[in-house]
Design a protein around this ligand. Structure first.
Ligand code: ATP
Length: 539
């Protein structure tokens, strides 16, 4: 068992580095805050997550297509989307040590005893929640045992009053820098978009932005896809790609990065059906995480309160995961109404409406001359006018499930990390670290070992490994060290199956397959190894 949340996170970060999942970006130069590199196993895991999403969202739906937009777009896109004007966080700076914090992520408390004596005060970063419980959690995290004892004594004597938690916005001037205790500035808006310049000259006309989300590229291409793909409502456009945000305090490993990947779907539908599709995608997206291994009570679906939602959103929910550092968003699902298409229509001057030709065909007779006392011209005019508005021409509404690849990967890693015991080659129980990753996501699906490096065992094992690879199953051959250690190396990176060629293989052409999670071993025909693994990982 892993004892505490911090300990789990430390162990996970260490494992990710040791086994080549995630490295700090440009580490040999001291790194750069908020940027991460994915190593040989990390890139496979990440690719498997993206492939699973793409398969399930795009390839399995007739009415959803993919897109891959440029990262830098005409800056007018970001004016229309509201990011130039409003994509900002209120920030406060420490006047002393110059550290910068998001105002809404600072939390202060004060514990006051008899005679109004301040027993303890602290300001910390993070979402600690509200009420006495949150205040006591901050006390626990920031005060030494002597202070905690004094607070407890004051409480027992009925003399304790707890002031907070409060944020700098609640009480300007009353929160101090969590790093050095210095005074904080008033809050200022800080735009999160990363800027660059396009072309040889640098000036306001060359200013461009690295996209802060992939969604706007979908809206900007909505008409192209609609026309070229002859799409009919309801239909979706999906995209996976890099996004950039100049986050003030990138932290919690890859959870809040400045460069990250998103998996976004914009699902366009008629306004009458928007709530139905919102509920469909909200539930489907939650289930997707369950199906890929986040089965515990750590996964939640939280519907937003009306005062939490953006002004244009009709409904909104977050898929949340209880990370070791707190409960945080993995994916947001929103009914964004017709806000985005209307905003781009207005700013670009292009017609982004949808013409429902099926409804028109159905109703076409209504505009025949007979219904206009034989007046052909009047009928044509009425038809022309009718085509311009509802129910035939309208702006579709959109449902947006928007998830982060890096956050999903971090949640899968946190959930998968387990410590238990397994017998070594002498039957003695040893501590083992095992990543119980879903087989669809595991970077390596099967490892193949010869028990010893002789008697043709390496050749047979290599052949099995080659056959697995030829079948598109990522596999790993290992002949170094005791077989127990080889098993443990694979457990630690989440390989679901280890196949061992041993003495019996030479006699009856069978091999042992060991299951990572149950540790059960079974013998299967050597020739059936590929089919066995394929069946067990449901490829
Ligand atoms: P948060 O409130 O945590 O900053 P958000 O609500 O701004 O997130 P969205 O704009 O809804 O996030 O982005 C959709 C998804 O993109 C998020 O659910 C998350 O998975 C991912 N994402 C957003 N910002 C980051 C980031 N800085 N690092 C990693 N992933 C991110």
């Amino acid at each position: 068992m892993v004892e505490s949340s911090n300990e789990l996170m430390d162990k996970l970060v260490a494992l990710c580095k040791r086994r080549g999942f995630i490295f700090q970006s440009s580490e040999i130069y001291g790194g750069i805050g908020g940027f991460w590199d994915y190593g040989p196993l990390g890139v496979e895991l990440k690719r498997n997550i993206k492939n699973a999403w793409w398969e399930d969202i795009v390839r399995k739906h007739d009415n959803i297509v993919g897109l891959d937009c440029s990262i830098i777009m005409n800056p007018r896109v970001w004016v229309a989307s509201g990011h130039v004007g409003g994509f900002s966080d209120p920030m406060v700076d420490c006047k002393q040590c110059k550290a910068r914090f998001r105002e809404d992520q600072l939390c202060a408390v004060r514990f006051v005893g008899g005679n109004n004596s301040v027993l303890h005060e602290a300001c910390v970063e993070g979402a600690w929640g509200e009420g006495e419980q949150a205040a006591l959690a901050i006390l626990e995290a920031t005060a030494n045992s002597k202070i905690r004892r004094r607070v407890e004594q004051a409480r027992k004597a009925g003399k304790l009053s707890i002031d907070g938690p409060f944020t700098p916005a609640d009480r300007p001037g009353q929160c101090k820098c969590p790093k050095c205790g210095g005074e904080l500035t008033e809050a200022r808006e800080f735009n999160l978009m990363l800027q660059t310049h396009v072309g040889a000259m640098q000036g306001s006309s060359s200013l461009a932005y690295l996209r802060p989300e992939t969604a706007q590229g979908i809206f900007a291409n909505y008409k192209n896809v609609l026309d070229t793909g002859r799409m009919k409502l309801p239909f979706g456009i999906a995209q996976i790609g890099k996004s950039f945000r100049n986050e003030i305090n990138p932290r919690n490993f890859t959870f809040r990065s400045r460069e990250f990947e998103q998996m976004e779907l914009e699902f366009f539908c008629h306004s009458n059906e928007a709530e139905k599709w919102y509920e469909y995608w909200r539930d489907a997206r939650f289930q997707w995480y369950v199906d890929h291994g986040l089965q515990s009570s750590r996964l939640r679906l939280r519907n937003h309160e009306p005062d939490e939602m953006a002004h244009y959103a009709k409904s909104c929910a977050d898929v949340e995961y209880e990370f070791p550092f707190g409960v945080s968003e993995l994916e947001g699902i929103a009914n964004r109404t017709d806000f985005d298409l209307k905003a781009h229509q207005e700013h670009s001057g292009r017609d982004l409406t949808y013409f429902d030709d099926e409804a028109w065909e159905r109703d076409g007779d209504k505009f025949s001359a007979e219904n206009f006392d034989g007046d052909k011209k009047a009928a044509q005019q009425a038809a022309k006018q009718a085509k311009q508005g509802p129910p035939y021409r309208f702006t579709p509404h959109v449902i947006e499930p928007s998830g982060g690849v890096d956050r999903a990967m971090l949640a899968f890693l946190c959930e998968a990390y387990c410590e238990d015991e397994a017998p070594d080659e002498n039957g003695v129980m040893q501590k083992r670290v095992v990543m119980k990753l879903h087989p669809r996501l595991a970077p390596i699906k099967a490892a193949v070992f010869p028990l010893v490096k002789k008697d043709n065992m390496p050749e047979i094992a290599r052949k099995i490994c080659d056959e697995l690879k030829a079948a598109g199953i990522s596999s790993f051959y290992d002949q170094t060290g005791a077989v127990g250690r080889r098993y443990r190396r694979q457990d630690e990176v989440g390989t679901p199956f280890c196949i061992t060629v041993d003495g019996q293989t030479l006699e009856d052409q069978t091999v042992t397959v060991r299951d990572r999670d149950t540790l059960a071993q079974e013998r299967i025909p050597t020739a059936g190894a590929v089919d066995y693994v394929r069946r067990r990982i449901c490829l």
